[in-house]
Write a new protein. Structure first.
Lengths: 467, 467
């Protein structure tokens, strides 16, 4: 069953915008640059601007906006910090963007329960600044300073999901405004529950297509006594992957285990004036007690030697650790520095870890054949990796090649039992891969749910189930 | 919106049973004792037998059974090992029970990926026997030797969820037969994915009301180098709860942390000929490297002393450890031994851990007032605890008192931000608490999903959303 599109037609938004202006005063904008800015994330997907942007300040206000939009069957797109990577916020059918960045209050922190509740516009860095000195923290780190609402909506993760899980594992409860403008609460503050359908997880990763997430309860974690980082070189990706598999299997609770391929290391050395050996390299972080971290490092060191590693460097002091991770995080800019004027097209596949070495090796061969500059970075503990394909924005042929490379990567990963997206979401970019991944049966279930919960198809229409 | 019940009416099942007999041969039964046996779990809820029991051997067979049932709008109840505790399998509107116990194959084990795929009838002990000597195991332990399908359908957990999570965290992918008899696959073998709606989590905990789960992919874990157990007495429940909070907050990765109250300890001493101090007691288990376990035990010991603990005993050897956990597991029988001829009525609330001491203390006072014999056991690391109310099956007044006590426990837990069920599910027993817990908005979303995915209301009708 295809979701009906008949409800979504271009029409005169002026009466609605007037109603919204009455509700919001100057917190609605139709200024062209504001519209443009809200019509894209950080990906290559062309901007598609909404008709107006509302800056909501409360769940009740979001509900009121949605009710007004629903009355005129107007599309609604929730917007956090605009850092999405697959065209999630593009207003492909126009409509009203609800910018949640002014909903930026940390509503409660329960130290004893290691949880908190925040408004959707709070960013992860803001939350961790708020928690500073409390001895607890929120671990999920997707790189960008994304909003918690956006991270929830795309089921984001990042470098330390291997230890702390993704947004799937760390969202406890939600407040959501439904497609009819009702305020719904999912989940409780209990750590576990068997009470009925898991609506929390249904909304996590739904990219605004089932409702607008306005508040999120999150798990937090105690800061560990010690943190160390390490960097180690491997003769090839396969050895690095095999060392990773053994690390996970032995239950070493690594907090981060990231591959950076030799191409990226070269770029980093040039950009960050570092002198890392230009080999396929793992960057790691260990959290635990002092003795525990030392033990983890020793165990990992032994494993890595088994797989031919060399150049093991251990960054025990915070400053060294920060420098090491800065180099890792600068990879994107390092790549750009080698290709001035280009922009990055980031891919995002995830496979069972046993297939990771094959998947990366085949992808590398594919990249070599393509002639593209596309170094690799990956969250190897999860089987998730990215190529950043650096493309000349004026070179259509190069862009077409990148699209093809990405498509082959996805199909390769899916063929290995993996997924078209480990952490970036579907947006517009991955829609075409949904049916192959899930099969007609599961897609029909998703479409049935969408049609039932959003019968007018106004919640971020054209995403996820339009495949 | 209430799910329509008009489709479910008593009618002549004979033609359907004949069709099923043609499909299944002698693997369908209408024998009275077989029907009775499939009309209840292990709880106090009265038996409500189905009209026939089908013993399916494959997903395709389940799909064929469902198609035949759907054609005559006949209710379908999936049945695993019959260990549910809230009346999940009662055929309250009659219909066809699909017994999955013959679907007992472990389909694949991927050692490197720490995952496996099993048919729904595989029990957790069977899976662990299968994995024996492989160095990996499946941790979830709800006590009973439940089927993996049943554990998935009720979102079960148990003693070591504090470290390894519940079924929610450990189910990676599912094969499900929908209400129309279509075979659906959810999830992939990748550890994480942002590809669309999380159907896996929608089916986990849905108690057969959205489809029949036939295959489950599970996370597995490497056996740790060392395991130790410990037992320690506290002056009261509050001290035990506070020691637990600090343990979790310091990130000590306890594998189990269970409270057994003084009333249960007395019963255990009498039954198991042990001589535990008859105080509120924590039973613990630590998993890790040898040095790691020693460190965990030391850290916990220090914390427990801060909270007035005494009698710390450490069971390092497997034999001692087994004896210790056997005593804990025998609690139910120990209670029965003190009240011969009685049966246990098990409650199951879960609260934020900061409220656990209050919740247990108030519950104890309530029990004392009630005059019932109802000792307490709990998975304190999760904030989840049970009273086992021992009742005389012939004493209606005592049963009524137990029902009232349970109701007050649930309302107390919900009032503290908790849930009516930490791990047993809704079934029939907790239906009346759903609306208070979730609110009308979330209940309406659940009912809308149910109506969309099971428009004839044939999948385990009368459960979860009939509230």
């Amino acid at each position: 069953m295809k979701v009906s599109e008949s409800a979504i037609e271009a029409c005169d938004r002026e009466p609605l915008i007037e109603q919204l202006r009455t509700l919001l005063g100057d917190r609605i904008s139709t200024n062209r640059s504001v519209l443009e800015q809200h019509g894209h994330g950080e990906s290559w997907h062309p901007t598609q601007a909404p008709d107006a942007v509302c800056f909501a300040q409360s769940t009740e206000e979001v509900a009121a906006i949605v009710k007004l939009c629903a009355a005129s069957q107007t599309p609604i797109i929730a917007f956090g910090s605009g850092t999405s990577l697959e065209g999630q916020v593009q207003a492909i059918k126009g409509g009203i963007c609800i910018d949640l960045s002014q909903m930026n209050q940390v509503l409660e922190v329960n130290q004893e329960d290691l949880d908190c509740r925040v408004q959707a516009g709070v960013t992860r860095r803001q939350l961790n600044r708020y928690l500073r000195d409390s001895g607890i923290f929120f671990p999920i780190d997707p790189g960008a300073d994304a909003s918690i609402g956006g991270m929830t909506a795309t089921r984001a993760s990042g470098t330390n999901a291997v230890r702390y899980g993704t947004m799937r594992e760390n969202v406890l409860a939600l407040t959501v405004v439904s497609a009819s403008g009702e305020i719904i609460r999912t989940g409780t503050r209990a750590r576990k529950s068997s009470a009925g359908y898991d609506l929390t997880h249904l909304f996590v990763g739904s990219e605004g297509t089932l409702g607008v997430i306005t508040e999120i309860s999150l798990r937090l974690y105690g800061l560990t006594e010690a943190i160390s980082a390490a960097i180690v070189n491997f003769p090839d990706v396969r050895s690095a992957a095999e060392a990773t598999i053994q690390t996970i299997q032995m239950g070493i609770p690594v907090a981060r285990i990231e591959i950076v391929d030799s191409a990226f290391i070269k770029a980093i050395n040039a950009y960050s004036k570092t002198d890392y050996a230009e080999l396929d390299t793992l960057f790691l972080e260990f959290h635990g007690t002092r003795a525990g971290v030392v033990e983890q490092v020793q165990m990992f060191d032994e494993i890595s030697l088994e797989f031919g590693a060399s150049g093991f460097q251990w960054a025990e002091h915070e400053e060294d650790r920060q420098r090491l991770w800065r180099a890792r995080h600068d990879a994107y800019y390092a790549g750009l520095a080698l290709r001035p004027g280009y922009r990055g097209y980031v891919t995002d596949v995830c496979v069972p870890i046993s297939r990771l070495a094959d998947c990366i090796a085949e992808t590398r061969a594919d990249i070599a054949t393509s002639g593209l500059f596309a170094p690799i970075i990956g969250h190897v503990g999860d089987g998730n990796f990215h190529t950043t394909i650096f493309i000349d924005p004026d070179d259509d042929a190069m862009f077409a090649k990148a699209l093809e490379l990405d498509k082959r990567m996805v199909q390769r990963a899916q063929g290995m039992g993996g997924t078209c997206t480990g952490e970036h979401g579907i947006g517009l970019g991955k829609l075409k891969h949904m049916r192959r991944e899930h099969g007609d049966g599961a897609i029909e279930v998703m479409q049935t749910i969408k049609a039932a919960l959003d019968p007018q198809n106004i919640m971020n229409p054209g995403k996820i189930v339009d495949c």
